[in-house]
Design a protein. Structure first.
Length: 218
């Protein structure tokens, strides 16, 4: 099989229907309507059917625009069809649901792994690679042994985020992809307060000893 690594969309999604596709769908609906009218001809329920199937112009609701694409798709039909008196409650629930989902995503292991990558990539990475054992050490520091996250689990999370892994003489590592990391930093699932860090300076950068081994100066 061919495996594609999916990442969360960070670009605005279109809020309107494609006109060409909409015209095709409208033609199909009109055909269905004509066939339905024929089948209901001289029926006492014809007026009732037509009254409930009248097409109305779509109204844009600016208050829904801050919602993410998926939440917007889920709540727009309900919001559109609900009475105006019920819409504030629906909008409030949609916002609460989105915030709850966002908080749950931020507490996942993926955000912990990404935080470690951000804080280690400039002082632990060598020639564009970062060892998984360094990421594991960062995450597991001050944690009881029973709660340690194994390197295999971290590697799987990295691959799910789109980062490639490779084997080195010092162990399995990930390839640092600046473009992908910049993209992931814009993903709300990883934009926690822990990611606000200071760039390393010359005083705290890792250095090599006389035989080429990296020294941890922290």
């Amino acid at each position: 099989m061919i495996v594609f690594t999916m990442t969360k969309n960070i670009r605005p999604i279109p809020r309107t229907v494609d006109k060409t596709e909409a015209s095709r769908l409208r033609g199909q609906l009109l055909m269905w309507r004509f066939k339905k009218i024929i089948s209901l001809k001289n029926s006492l329920t014809l007026q009732q059917e037509l009254a409930t199937t009248e097409l109305k112009a779509t109204t844009e609701f600016k208050e829904l625009e801050p919602l993410s694409g998926r939440t917007f798709e889920l709540f727009y039909p309900l919001y559109y069809s609900a009475p105006s008196t019920a819409r504030p409650n629906i909008l409030e629930f949609a916002k609460e649901l989105e915030q709850s989902k966002l908080q749950a995503e931020k507490t996942e292991l993926a955000s912990m792994v990404f935080e470690a990558i951000i804080n280690l990539k400039d002082r632990k990475a060598y020639k564009g690679i970062l060892l998984l054992k360094d990421i594991a050490q960062y995450i597991n520091t001050d944690q009881p042994l029973s709660y340690w996250i194994p390197e295999k689990t971290i590697a799987r999370k990295c691959r799910q985020m789109g980062l490639e892994t490779t084997r080195t003489t010092r162990g399995v590592a990930i390839l640092i992809n600046p473009q992908l990391i910049d993209r992931l930093r814009k993903d709300t699932r990883y934009s926690t307060d822990l990611l606000n860090f200071n760039e390393p300076n010359e005083a705290n950068e890792s250095k090599k000893d006389s035989v080429g081994n990296w020294l941890d100066t922290q």
